[in-house]
Design a protein around this ligand. Sequence first.
Ligand SMILES: Nc1ncnc2c1ncn2[C@@H]1O[C@H](COP(=O)(O)OP(=O)(O)OP(=O)(O)O)[C@@H](O)[C@H]1O
Length: 291
Amino acid sequence: MLKLHDVTKEFRVGAFGGRRVAAVKGVTFEVVPGEVVSLIGESGSGKSTIGRMILGLNPVTSGSITFDGLPVKPGKEYYRRVQGIFQDPFSSFNPVFKADRVFAMIKETYHASVPAPQWAERVEAALRDVRLNPGQVLGKYPHQLSGGQLQRLLIARALLLDIKLLVADEITSMLDASTRIDVLNLLAELKARGLSVLYITHDLSLGNYLAERTVVLRKGGVVEMGPTGSVFGDPLHPYTRELLSAVPRLHEPWDDAVPVETCLYHRKGGSGGLYEATPGHFVACARLETC
Ligand SMILES: Nc1ncnc2c1ncn2[C@@H]1O[C@H](COP(=O)(O)OP(=O)(O)OP(=O)(O)O)[C@@H](O)[C@H]1O
């Protein structure tokens, strides 16, 4: 369904845009229908840039992104099938309008012919699906609602569009622990209905909770990807191991330096420079930058 093939993104930075920064380097992976894939990596590894390219908010520099075989084409038809939700739910709402105006906009754009009473019923059903009480959220301004309620409103909006893929970029990082689990469970329910989710996070435990497959990014490139159980249970790349071993050591400072090891996967070939260690479990050379 969603396919990224050798995707690279460079930004022009510095005076007059004279310098180029490669934010994403040769990334290849796919998301199939009804699957949750988590895209994991530390800050600056290129996760959001990938999400924005999938949503057509940034063009790719090279490579291709296709959805159902067609290139990403921002516009009404594309956003009927693919939607994004971001870290800060407040940024998705205009503070001077009531929060549920997002539903009116969906109706105007996609469901103009649906009679108002029928539309109101659909909105209420979508709100109940995301475990919101319509009476408590409809008619309120964004500042009168919590972050968790606003994220759920955005998920309800996606349900009304009957989308196929949700790009969820750090959507739980501003929520408290219990609301976070509620929203994750909600995503799991959506998955059970056949929706695909690209779940972007720097939090490994959240990715582990939800995703069938995990893609680990470092400095813009994929260093490891595969079934979540394999990547978490048998991490092959030193960076993945470092990420995993850092989880319980919250009291210790983060060590940015990935231990340099013998290059186990050097020139073994494979998709996008990755070596297929076990079926579906891919890993990059541990010294990719030098070898
Ligand atoms: N518009 C831009 N112009 C120049 N550089 C950018 C731009 N957007 C992102 N970058 C750079 O691209 C790299 C990847 O950024 P990105 O936001 O994708 O990382 P991330 O993994 O999502 O980080 P975080 O978890 O902190 O959101 C960073 O070095 C960032 O500074």
